[in-house]
Design a protein around this ligand. Structure first.
Ligand code: HEM
Length: 146
């Protein structure tokens, strides 16, 4: 019981740091796509690389790793009887895909091959908001639980 709550606490710590990056990296892409001087472009490249590899990569590994650990400890009943965890895992899979899509876009910026305008990145920035609301409601309210 004691260790379960510790694992859950750190699961949530890394959810927060992961989302800091999921929100901020596309925001950096908005400014990067609008900028046209070499010094600023180089500064954005450094900020994007450090955010992606320094914060987002460790955070995704620890969020998913600790989440799977929680499932291993107490998830059998949820997986067998209820659907909130299945729904949450489906949305988390979409978030993981979103994370790696941002990584792909970061590489394009790094190679000076960005093909999208700032409006595209503004819309892209909204996607994790919807996923965050859905996942938090599923994890906390646990709808359909018996
Ligand atoms: C593969 C990834 C993930 C797995 C396997 C996973 C699994 C779990 C499990 C089993 C719990 C414990 C539930 C409980 O004790 O009531 C939990 C708690 C929680 N998770 Fe995740 N999770 C994952 C990713 C995420 C993400 C990406 C978010 C946020 C966007 C998130 C938000 C939460 C919240 C808010 C709780 C606390 C629920 C509560 O105690 O009321 N999880 N997670």
């Amino acid at each position: 019981m004691y260790s379960y709550l510790w694992i859950k606490a750190f699961h949530l710590v890394f959810v927060v740091t992961w989302f800091a990056g999921l929100f901020y990296l596309p925001r950096l892409f908005v400014y990067h796509a609008m900028c046209d001087d070499t010094i600023s472009e180089e500064r954005f490249r450094i900020m994007e690389r450090k955010l992606y590899y320094g914060i987002m990569m460790p955070s995704i590994v620890l969020t998913v790793g600790l989440g799977l650990w929680l499932v291993a400890l107490r998830g059998h009943a949820w997986l067998a009887q209820t659907t909130w965890l299945h729904a949450k895992l489906a949305i988390v899979a979409a978030l993981v895909a979103y994370h790696f899509y941002l990584g792909h876009l970061r590489k394009a910026f790094a190679a000076d091959r960005n093909r999208h305008g700032h409006v595209f990145y503004r819309w892209l920035n909204e996607a994790p908001v919807l996923a965050l609301v859905a996942v938090i409601v599923l994890a906390v309210v646990k709808p359909w639980s018996v």
